[in-house]
Design a protein around this ligand. Structure first.
Ligand code: GMT
Length: 396
């Protein structure tokens, strides 16, 4: 199949997932065309059957807000025609699914068509999509997609609750990991020399937005380090990094907390961690938690959103309600201070991630969805032909 993939390329779980999906599909023989404003951050320079098409919004003084969605639609239209794409797969509804709909409408002018698949990732539904400025266009674009997928059952329910989605069904396809990349045994000692005696390594990876509650991460750690010698490694960057750094100073643990900034290849770091913390306010899935589990790192997290679909409470980690810093700290101490408990959870985490979320299993689900979308597109074309006056249908 020839598949166009559009995502946010520079940072974030949806872009990471979309890129890993494209790479895995190419390895299975499909031809992949990324259509985005920058090279996706997890995409290596060259891979067979993988192409990158940059979307250029141009510059014009009149445009205080350059219309990226239109430039994207034009690029999609062009790539579908030049590369003869079968499917356009949009990750994150806004504006990608809207641009795909515009591109598909433009294709009609020349009798061309493309199947559109939209994967919903989280805030495209839970925050942005429910903003009154975007609600109607989000609903419209989702309903116009030939197939819609959501990365968790939680997000599927949120979508139906928020938009109703007349005449559309939202299929759940969970996020996945490549078990060869996220393998503890593969990267010994990535954090060696970071601090003199690290003790247990607690880790958090995110874009440091308010939803991630990075201040809670520091508060949890401050309790853990009183009970067990430990270091907190904070990976990523974003609006709340300063707040988290200030909290570490206020709580007197700044010398035990390392802020590494943004790092694209996180597998070697995760493989050096003993515990991952994800106390988010909301998380449709929690891809970073899954990557940690796959590396044999138990996760202490909030029970928000789709997180319980990823982490098994008491087996691969511990779940507490949002904001329960004391509960998360106690759970963290119980895991890292008992070698036997930790080893059991670490093994269970790596095994469960492989069993339920391995690339092999999930990619097949996407391939089946593409086939379904092609069938929907074919019946759309058929219905259109039937609706045409006989002479026009023959001319087509
Ligand atoms: O909504 C966001 O925070 C951005 C989005 C992204 O592009 O990184 O994250 C969402 O998608 C990820 C990949 O499917 C999920 O693992 C995250 O849980 C989800 N974030 C939220 O729901 C807050």
């Amino acid at each position: 199949m020839k598949i166009g993939i559009t995502c946010y390329p520079t940072y974030g779980g949806s872009g990471a997932m979309a890129t890993e999906l494209g790479i895995a599909l190419a390895a299975r023989g499909h031809e992949i065309h990324f259509i985005t404003y920058a090279q996706p951050f997890r995409l290596p320079a060259f891979l067979p059957r993988v192409f990158f098409h940059e979307v250029d919004v141009g510059r014009y003084p009149l445009f205080e807000y350059p219309p990226y969605d239109l430039a994207l639609a034009v690029r999609m239209h062009e790539v579908v025609r030049s590369a003869k794409l079968d499917v356009l797969h949009c990750h994150y509804a806004i504006p990608h699914a809207t641009s795909a709909w515009i591109a598909r409408e433009m294709l009609r002018e020349t009798g061309d068509d493309v199947a559109v698949v939209t994967t919903l990732h989280g805030t495209d539904i839970t925050i942005v999509g429910q903003d009154p400025s975007y609600w109607a266009i989000t609903k419209f674009s989702i309903e116009k997609s030939d197939r819609i997928t959501a990365v968790s059952e939680h997000l599927q329910r949120e979508t139906v609750n928020a938009f109703g989605c007349t005449g559309c069904s939202v299929e759940v396809i969970h996020n996945f990991i490549d078990p060869v990349v996220y393998d503890r045994a593969r990267y010994p000692g990535a954090l060696e020399g970071l601090v003199a005696s690290p003790g247990k390594v607690l880790m958090h990876i995110s874009n440091f937005r308010a939803v991630k509650r990075t201040v809670d991460v520091v508060r949890i750690f401050a309790q853990v380090v009183q009970a067990v010698p430990a270091t907190l490694v904070m990976v990523g960057d974003g609006p709340d990094r300063g707040l988290a750094q200030e909290e570490a100073r206020q709580l007197g643990v700044a010398d035990r907390v390392q802020f590494l900034g943004r790092i694209d290849n996180v597998a070697p770091l995760l493989a050096s961690a003993d515990l991952f913390l994800l106390p988010s306010d909301n998380e449709s899935f929690g891809l970073s938690a899954l990557e940690a589990l796959a590396c044999g790192v138990p996760v202490v997290a909030s029970s928000a959103g789709g997180i319980p679909e990823v982490i098994r409470d008491g087996i691969t980690g511990a779940l507490r309600v949002v904001g329960d810093v004391d509960g998360m700290a106690s759970a963290a101490i119980a895991i890292v201070s008992d070698d036997e408990v930790w080893a059991r959870m670490s093994r269970a985490a790596a095994a469960d991630a492989r069993e339920r979320f391995s690339e092999e299993r999930i990619i097949g689900q996407y391939e089946a969805t593409y086939e379904d979308a092609l069938a929907v597109a074919a019946s759309r074309r058929h219905a259109r032909t039937l609706a045409m006056p006989p002479a026009a249908a023959v001319a087509r």
